[in-house]
Design a protein around this ligand. Structure first.
Ligand SMILES: *Cc1c(COP(=O)(O)O)cnc(C)c1O
Length: 390
């Protein structure tokens, strides 16, 4: 389908969509039922089963998932929610949706996940939730994080936008905390174009999120136009419009069946990269940590700007000249104008994230990347870095 050429531009990311996905979408288009319906129900059941959660609620983005999870956890005005500074906009903006305050935490320089010491330092009487992000797909160290809030009414809501499939001490991400939020955005490891999922074992939370995801109207309101449905519904709360379509879910069901094999292929690319870059001077490859199984959503290489001339930006420009796309994940939130101005954050407030930001580049990584293209990236990175070391 979306095959790549071995001589042209190598994009940073390319969704792995095959004939099965296309056939499944066409089937839904022909069925006469396009929006939330039986295919979404089936996708939810299969996803819950896969990650080992009791409930899964499908939504139209991970941003929606995070918003619904925080709302269901009772987060509101005046509450504080701790989020890592090294993340995407969505993780913190959902806190503002609820008129609560996002409180940033630094990352651990070893795995770039949220630092438990930084979380401990950020805790106050107003802290009501923490949103750890499994950065790049490597699970956060959840046990010490849970210990840090033991005995307190603080919900751990995981931002697992990068983490399907990831495992922490043998347990699937999605089966561990109060709620876990996934993204099926176009670049993620399982895609529906746009989409998301929340998993939880808590029946009250699942029910609340399901109702709020569709205008706050009574259960299974999506069925009101079906043969076994009923026109009658009641509005219980002012909810949101966050439901997933059956078109998207059809894509998701096929991707879910392929998820383990796609992960294997990304892991093989990541291994090839690390084997090729481990000996490069001034370069740090992502670490393997026992007990933490990586989804390999991102491959983040770090370059010491004191040792590699031109640093990260030099490498990005040189790779671009050679037809290789890259990205940076992320400019930490505390360096963005809104967070600087609204909360007075300074670069030195989060030294590990500020430093990592200056060093990091995400290399092309996707399941159907050809061996020839992996070799091109390897050759180009080695050539550029070796020419730039002092
Ligand atoms: C992609 C992403 C999100 C948002 O996901 P959407 O499905 O686009 O809303 C949230 N958090 C992180 C860490 C992400 O990478």
């Amino acid at each position: 389908m979306n095959e790549q050429s071995d001589s042209g531009y190598i994009p940073f990311n390319l969704p792995d969509i095959g004939a099965e996905e296309i056939a499944a979408v066409v089937e839904v288009l022909k069925s006469g039922w396009l929006t939330t319906g039986p295919t979404v129900k089936a996708f939810e059941a299969e996803f819950a089963d896969y990650v080992g959660a009791r409930y899964a609620v499908a939504v139209n983005s991970c941003t929606a998932a995070l918003h619904l999870a925080l709302e269901a956890a009772g987060i509101g005005p005046g509450d504080e929610v701790i989020v890592p500074t090294l993340t995407f906009a969505a993780t913190a903006e959902v806190v503002a949706y609820l008129r609560a305050k996002p409180v940033l935490a630094d990352c651990d320089p070893r795995d770039l996940n949220i630092s438990v010491a930084s979380v401990r330092a950020a805790l106050t009487d107003k802290t009501k939730a923490i949103i750890p992000v499994h950065y790049a797909g490597l699970p956060c160290d959840l046990d010490p994080l849970r210990d840090a809030v033991k005995g307190r009414e603080i919900a751990i809501i995981e931002d697992a936008a990068h983490a399907v499939p990831s495992r922490y001490n043998g347990r699937m991400i999605g089966s561990i905390s109060k709620a876990t939020c996934f993204s099926f955005y176009a670049t993620k490891t399982l895609t529906t174009g746009e989409g998301g999922m929340i998993t939880t074992d808590d029946p009250a939370m699942a029910e609340r999120m399901r109702i709020m995801s569709l205008h706050g109207i009574s259960r299974d309101a999506w069925k009101r136009f079906a043969a076994d449905g009923n026109w009658y519904y009641e509005i219980l709360r002012p909810g949101f419009k966050y439901n997933l379509t059956d078109i998207a879910a059809a894509l998701g069901r096929v991707q879910l069946r392929r998820i383990e094999s796609m992960r294997e292929k990304r892991a093989a690319v990541a291994r090839a990269y690390s084997d090729a870059f481990r000996d490069l001077p001034g370069v740090v490859v992502p670490g393997d940590i026992p007990g933490r199984e990586h989804s390999w959503h991102l491959y983040v290489l770090r370059l010491d700007p004191a040792r590699v001339r031109g640093g990260r930006d030099g490498l990005i420009a040189a790779l671009k000249e050679r037809g290789i796309g890259t990205s940076v994940h992320y400019t930490p939130l505390h360096l963005h104008p809104y967070y600087r101005e609204a909360f007075g954050y300074k670069p030195e407030d989060f030294p590990a994230a500020t430093r990592a930001y200056s060093e990091m580049v995400s290399l092309p990584l996707y399941s159907h990347m050809s061996g020839a293209n992996v070799a091109r990236v390897v050759g180009a990175v080695r050539e550029v870095v070796l020419a730039a070391v002092a």
